[in-house]
Write a protein that binds this ligand. Structure first.
Ligand SMILES: [Zn+2]
Length: 90
């Protein structure tokens, strides 16, 4: 994904909390986890507190789930997300 200046917005791979409510990833710039609601994968504004974070200069980041192949590599079950995501009831 690119920003309005045609610059690629960095993608980050997210884990999901056990209660299925939030995605999170380790931010190397802030040295802490950033959490985002599971309502939105894709482009998100950064939660960075480090003013020198590269994410702040790049219009944030794009949240992505791990692929099944990547999950297998990490030793996680391939239904990792499906199992945790809150069931939407209509
Ligand atoms: Zn950060």
């Amino acid at each position: 994904m690119k920003n309005i200046f045609g610059v690629e917005i960095p993608a980050v791979k997210v884990f999901i909390t056990d209660d299925g409510v939030q995605y999170f990833f380790w931010c190397p710039f802030c040295q802490r986890f950033h959490y985002h609601g599971t309502a939105g994968l894709g482009h998100r504004l950064p939660h960075c507190i480090n003013q020198n974070s590269a994410f702040l200069g790049n219009d944030g980041y794009v949240l992505e789930e791990y692929t099944k192949k990547e999950l297998r590599k990490l030793g996680l079950p391939t239904d990792y997300y499906e199992k945790r995501k809150k069931k939407k009831s209509r």
